[in-house]
Design a protein around this ligand. Structure first.
Ligand code: B16
Ligand code: MG
Length: 248
């Protein structure tokens, strides 16, 4: 068994799921990449998909700082602000065309299950465009709260956004489950005292309590098993089992 034991802990019911946006509900990373690549090319700075991986879940200005690591020129705060605006303008042109067809597999089914079970849900994204994207995806009816980069002062890995969602929902941390695709997001969830379910690669999300590749076979029954610690966390056979479709 490789689980994190629950000795000395009593089980609290799952009352809310706090969702990251990019990489969990929709893949906006591809649009971020195109927009950052355009800016980097214009500035003559090397930028590729591997560097782009480091930008996932990271705030806009922190992303710019990562790109400028390879710049020979130093930029003032005002210049950096203008560069971030230039990138965002290009990003917003693309993201305004997003449709519900781009919602990642399994997301709507899971959100419906949460609604039917009376479990609350919130978006907790670093993106200042989170509200617009949720509107364009027609997902507003599924969320009690939609929090984005404009709502907070301290980006992930600071726990502020998850704590804000928890407080607005009137809950305590142990009643909340975070679903995140970024290492920094899992750190934030843990600092908020919440269980964290990783979406992506286990080799990257080493700090998550459990990792799913995607939400294709995701369902509330399995999430309850995990949340209530009725299955061992981080046990290969159990995860493999959870990934199989129910009807196989
Ligand atoms: P914006 P998430 C994050 O979204 C993206 O993963 C990250 O690449 C981006 O820099 C950040 O939002 C800020 O986005 O420039 O639109 O404010 O994963 O936290 O939903
Ligand atoms: Mg993300």
């Amino acid at each position: 068994m490789h689980g994190k034991g629950n000795k000395g802990r009593f089980n609290v019911a799952l009352k809310a799921v706090l969702f990251d946006l990019d990489g969990v509900i929709v893949d906006t990373a591809k649009y971020h990449y195109i927009a950052w690549k355009g800016l980097a090319d214009r500035l003559g700075i090397f930028f590729d998909e591997a560097i782009n991986e480091r930008l996932k879940g990271v705030s806009r200005m922190a992303s710019l700082d990562i790109i400028l690591e390879r710049s020979e020129k130093a930029y003032s705060a005002d210049e950096k602000e203008a560069l971030a605006t230039e990138k965002n303008d290009a990003y917003v042109v693309m993201v305004k065309k997003i449709t519900p067809a781009e919602i990642l597999p399994g997301v709507v089914n899971f959100l419906q299950e949460l609604r039917e079970a009376g479990i609350k849900s919130s978006v907790c994204s670093a993106s200042k465009s989170a509200g617009m994207i949720i509107d364009l995806l027609d997902l507003n009816p599924f969320f009690d709260e939609v929090l984005g980069g404009s709502d907070i002062t301290r980006p992930k890995p600071d726990p502020e956004i998850f704590e804000m969602a928890r407080d607005r929902l009137g809950l305590i941390s142990s009643e909340c489950l975070v679903v995140e695709d970024a290492f920094a997001g899992i750190v934030a969830a843990k600092r908020a005292g919440m269980k964290a379910l990783g979406m992506g690669e286990e080799s990257i999300l080493t700090n998550a309590d459990i990792v799913f590749h995607d939400m294709t076979y995701f369902n509330l029954h399995d999430v309850h098993l995990f949340f209530d610690q009725k299955i061992a966390l981080k046990e290969e056979s159990t995860r493999a089992c959870l990934r199989k479709p129910k009807d196989l």
